[in-house]
Design a protein around this ligand. Structure first.
Ligand code: PLP
Length: 443
């Protein structure tokens, strides 16, 4: 059973599926020898590109030396110690410790338990609710899926759980009044957040979680000033800030972290994908010195932090992480993401700006999106049964480029490996332009 798949349609062979067999740089090849430029880096995770033997060798060497030892009760391996140090060298200076997991979803589960434990220690067990945003993506577990703000992950599951409340997304294109300036829109978002806090009661709210740039919800950079405006509100009500950097961590925005990019001072940072470039599954919760010291001291009176996975800090994954972070530095990928990301956005914009169905080309670093809208009025969504964006993306695929139809909007998403060159960016732009120009849009 595949994740996020319509099983009936799959068994009737109505969905296009591929069996991939190899990859190199930004290209992947299926078992029939068809080669494509992967403009979404798998699921925005293969950041250093495919086929990096340095990482494969590091995993093999670790497997030969010590395939596994657990991390419970203070144990560890050299690989995980080295990696934690490398992460903290790159993270904002006030961050202090790393708790390793395996996926972005489980790291967000960990974060919520860290926050709850923290508030228990502080003697305020009623401060447990988490504010997230509509259109957010934080995973698909029970709490992480509740934090996610997309109906697909809630319907049929009785989610979100009662602890999770959602506020408005900083989705500029869909602001309530198109005449609103960025500043007025940010004021509006801040006001909606304050209203939610007042309604729920600040003493019941533990944390706010947000992706620096909304990812799965449509690849949406925030309006100017958003994070500057939100953070003082959280401070005022003693609400912790969790920056979910599963996508933005380790260079995707052209900065090492999205927190650095937008001047965010988080209490906890979620990391995954780019930590190992998906050569092995590994995630982490980076915890600030303030949160760490409360939890550490709390264990003296409240007992050990009752949370762990057998594979927390798995040495094979940690070895992959060490080799991956070295490669990101050696290949200059953070600067490349900034430069080639700027180029990709500019080229997509000039190729598509005059097409009547294109309402916005947006992005930050190597996260880009093209939003489309009905030709009727140039702004409303397409009828989902017309499957406009999935069909355009399939056509882009036939032209040799893998893009992603984002699940919650008429958006084509791009998040290629950070080693993308300008001439590879040209291939993405050409395939997109031709697919959109040749497409018969519904009247
Ligand atoms: N957080 C963000 C921002 C993500 O984009 C994702 C996955 O796309 C997750 C969390 C969940 O990560 P995983 O799929 O590894 O559980």
């Amino acid at each position: 059973m595949h994740p996020i798949t319509a099983y009936g349609a799959f068994e009737r062979q109505e969905v296009t599926s591929t069996v991939m067999s190899r990859g190199e740089g930004v290209f992947v090849e299926d078992r029939d020898g068809r080669k494509k430029l992967d403009a979404f880096a798998g699921l925005y995770c293969v950041n250093v590109g495919y086929g990096r033997t340095e990482i494969a060798d590091a995993i093999a060497e670790q497997a030969r030396k010590l395939a596994y030892f657990h991390a419970y009760g203070g144990h560890g391996t050299e690989a995980s110690i080295t990696l934690a140090k490398m992460i903290l060298d790159r993270a904002p200076k006030h961050m202090s410790k790393v708790y390793f997991g395996l996926s972005g979803s489980d790291a967000n589960e960990t974060n919520i338990k860290l926050v709850w434990y923290y508030n228990e220690v502080k003697g305020r067990p009623e401060k447990k609710k988490i504010i997230s945003r509509w259109r957010a993506y934080h995973g698909s577990g029970l709490i992480s899926g509740s934090l996610t703000g997309l109906p697909l992950f809630h319907k049929q599951f009785g989610l979100p759980l009662e602890y999770v409340k959602h506020t408005e997304a900083p989705y500029g294109l869909r602001r309530p009044d198109p005449e609103m300036s960025d500043e007025a829109f940010v004021d509006y978002l801040a006001q909606r957040l304050e209203e939610l806090i007042a309604k729920e009661g600040a003493d019941t709210i533990a944390a706010f979680i947000g992706e620096p740039v909304l990812g799965t919800g449509g690849i949406v950079p925030p309006p100017a000033g958003y994070w500057d405006r939100i953070q003082p509100i959280l401070k005022k009500y003693d609400i912790l800030l969790i920056a979910d950097e599963v996508v933005t961590g380790f260079g995707r925005l052209g900065s090492m972290f999205g927190s650095e990019h937008y001047n965010i001072r988080p209490d906890i940072i979620t990391i995954a994908k780019g930590l190992t470039s998906a050569y092995a599954p590994l995630s982490g919760s980076i915890v600030s010195e303030d949160v760490w010291s409360v939890i550490r001291d709390g264990t003296n009176t409240h007992g050990p932090f009752g949370h762990g996975w057998t594979y927390s800090a798995h040495p094979l994954c940690a070895a992959a992480g060490v080799a991956n972070l070295k490669l990101i530095d050696e290949m200059g990928l953070v600067a490349n993401a900034r430069e080639v990301g700027g180029y990709l956005k500019a080229e997509l914009t000039s190729a598509l700006v005059n097409h009547p169905a294109v309402v916005e080309v947006r992005g930050e670093g190597l996260m880009c999106a093209v939003e489309l809208a009905s030709l009727k009025d140039g702004k409303s969504a397409f009828n989902p049964s017309d499957t406009v964006v999935p069909r355009i993306v399939a056509e882009i695929g036939r032209k040799g480029v893998i893009a992603r139809p984002m699940p919650q909007a008429d958006v084509i998403g791009y998040a290629p490996p950070l080693c993308l060159t300008k001439s590879e960016a040209d291939i993405i732009v050409g395939a997109t332009r031709d697919a959109i120009e040749e497409f018969s849009f519904p009247a």
